[in-house]
Design a binder for this molecule. Sequence first.
Ligand code: CTP
Ligand code: CA
Length: 225
Amino acid sequence: LARGVTEPDLRGRHVVVSAGGTREPLDPVRFLGNRSSGKQGYALARTAAARGARVTLVAANTGLPDPAGVDVVPVGTAVQLREAVVKAAADADAVVMAAAVADFRPAVYAAGKIKKKDGQEPEPIVLVRNPDILAEISADRARPGQVVVGFAAETDDVLANGRTKLARKGCDLLVVNEVGERKTFGAEENEAVVLGADGSETPVPHGPKEALADTVWDLVAERLR
Ligand code: CTP
Ligand code: CA
C-alpha cells in the first residue's frame, strides 16, 4: 500500500494495539518504568483506524491524546495491561504488542511511602517476573487465524536475536529495531526489519513511525486474507 493512500483493507476487522511503557509501583509515589514514548503504538492505532479497522488501544502511561475513532483503555502495570489485552483479544483479528512491558515488578508494594531511616542503608528491592503477554496470546489464540505481532529493540546481533525471540514467543511477526542514537525511544522516526514466522524478512527504511505502522498492517492484512 502506497503511503498516503488509504484503502479500507481492514474494514470489518478488530485489531488490538498495546502502546507505551508499564510502570511497576514500589509505593504510592514511586515506580520502576521505562523510556517507551508510545508513539509507535499510537501510529499503529491511527493507521489501522484509517484503514477501516475497529481499534482497541491499550495505553500504558503515554500521556498522549486519544487518537480519534479509537477505543482507548488506559492501564498502568504489566498485570493490568495483560488483563486489558487478553480481554480485548477475545474477538480480535490481530494483536500488536508495541508496549514496553516490564519484565519484573517489585515483589512487595509498600502501602505507605518508603522512608529513610537515620544511619541505615536502604533495603534492596526484590523483583519477581511479570507474565509474558505476547507469548501467552500467541500460545492461546482467542480465534483461529488471529495474527499476533511483537516488537523487539535489540543491540549486537540484531537479526539473529530477533529470529530467536520470534521462535520463543510463537508470534507471527516480530518487528525488530536496533536501539541507538536518534532511534526508537521518543523519536518521530524509526527503522526496522519485520521478521515473519514463515521465514520472511521485510526491511523498513528509516522513516516516519506511520510508514512502519503501514508496513505492519500490510503484512497483517496479507495474513488475514
Ligand atoms: N512482552 C510481553 N510481556 C512481557 C515482556 C515483553 O508481552 N512480559 C512483549 C513486548 O510487548 C514485545 C515483545 O514481547 O512485543 C518483546 O519484548 P522484549 O522485551 O524484547 O522480550 P523479552 O522476552 O522480555 O526479552 P528480553 O529479555 O530481551 O527483554
Ligand atoms: Ca523485556
